[in-house]
Write a protein that binds this ligand. Structure first.
Ligand code: ATP
Ligand code: MG
Length: 362
């Protein structure tokens, strides 16, 4: 018997470079985001010339390329000029003003004691070193709404936006959020820094998702290993799930793995369907497990959302369906809580003049 880990040659015919399909792979191009990338380049280009960059706020539902577009532009900027110091902060991981300032100071190569230093002191130090080194810091604050959970979290936006006026440090901020109302809650002085460049990332259309998948597949898969119906199917499913490129890529990758496991010659639509069913099954199990913690109204909400399948349910329909049990306001509060505990997810979209949220099992 040969070694169990040795692959038979036929098993390598699906993937060429699987990593090109993973979520943190940064592609060479971002189809469908040309306008947003151009706008970010415009905002940041002064940084290469020791001028004040403009701040930008990127808003949009999950998987619409906000993080990727920022990483893409930052990478190009650092390749082009030595002057900008680009710093990426994920505010889920680094959620307080103090933590972010420590991170920024460390990014400038300074080690500060972890205790006994006040945030204001850290900020002064940051300004001082950046100026001395002739650096223009460009700070990406991803998932920026997380800062609201911390007492003085949001103040970091104020610090960075005012750095130019108060301390003549030319710093740029790219703030990223899913929450379309985030800017409304900001202090008017901070808000005004972002008004000019609030970029709305819309859900991807089916043709855009197809394009995204085709380009990634050209790197990730062996030529001829995808049935021609596979990408359109993944794109259609992901479009229904909020135009989310992450969902589209995940489906394609999992379908590829399913085909590989079966030792199939090609990835077929059936592999995508199987993956989709498994994903749905998992979501149902996850929701099921958490159900005991939920009260009756929560359970009704989860049941309704589950019944609506992968596509999810529009918030309006959910309110209507549950109108006899509770008022819209209360249901909305419950949905937020269920989202926070990782049971549901929401994505919002424009609907005529207003907006609607689509709610799904996470
Ligand atoms: N235009 C695109 N071209 C190629 N890949 C893309 C594009 N947009 C998004 N992706 C891919 O989809 C996935 C999700 O994108 P990204 O993380 O940028 O979304 P996001 O808007 O930041 O989502 P979230 O709000 O959930 O953080 C990543 O794997 C990314 O590589
Ligand atoms: Mg992101």
């Amino acid at each position: 018997m040969g070694n169990l880990f040795r692959k038979s040659s036929s098993e390598n015919r699906i993937f060429r470079d699987e990593s090109a399909l993973l979520p943190d792979y940064l592609p060479e191009e971002l189809p469908g985001r040309e306008r947003e990338v151009r706008e970010l380049v415009y905002c940041l280009s002064p940084a290469a010339e020791n001028r004040q960059p403009e701040h930008a706020l990127l808003v949009g539902p999950p998987g619409t390329g906000k993080t990727s577009a920022s990483r893409f532009v930052l990478k190009q900027l650092t390749e082009y000029s030595q002057r900008p110091l680009t710093i990426y902060v994920n505010c889920w991981e680094t959620p307080s003003r103090f933590a972010i300032l420590s991170f920024l100071v460390a990014a400038l190569g300074e080690v500060m004691p972890r205790r006994g230093v006040a945030s204001d002191e850290l900020f002064s130090r940051f300004v001082e070193i950046a100026k001395k080194d002739g650096k223009t810091p460009i700070v990406v604050l991803d998932e920026v709404d997380r800062l609201e959970a911390h007492e003085d979290g949001v103040q970091i936006l104020y610090d960075l936006c005012r750095a130019g006026e108060m301390h003549s440090l030319k710093a740029g901020v790219i703030a990223i959020t899913n929450d379309e109302e985030f800017h409304i809650r900001l202090d008017s002085r901070v808000r005004s820094s972002f008004v000019q460049h609030t970029l709305l990332f819309a859900p991807y259309s089916v043709p855009q998702l197809k394009e995204i998948l085709s380009r990634r597949a050209a790197v990730g898969f062996m030529p001829g290993s995808l049935d021609p119906d596979v990408i359109p199917l993944c794109a259609a499913i992901a479009h229904k799930q909020g135009g989310d490129a992450r969902v589209a890529l995940q489906l394609l990758l999992s379908a590829g793995k399913a085909a590989e496991r079966e030792n199939a010659e090609k990835v077929l639509p059936q592999h995508v369907r199987k993956t989709e069913e498994q994903a749905l099954g998992m979501a149902a199990v996850k929701a099921e497990r958490k159900l005991p913690d939920l009260d009756e109204l929560d359970q009704r909400i989860v049941e309704m959302v589950k019944k609506s399948g992968t596509g999810g349910i529009e918030s309006g329909k959910l309110y209507d369906a549950l109108a006899k049990f509770s008022r819209e306001r209360a249901i909305r509060g419950r949905i937020d809580r269920l989202v926070q505990s990782g049971i549901l997810s929401t994505a919002s979209a424009r609907l005529g003049q207003g907006r609607t949220r689509t709610i799904r099992i996470k």
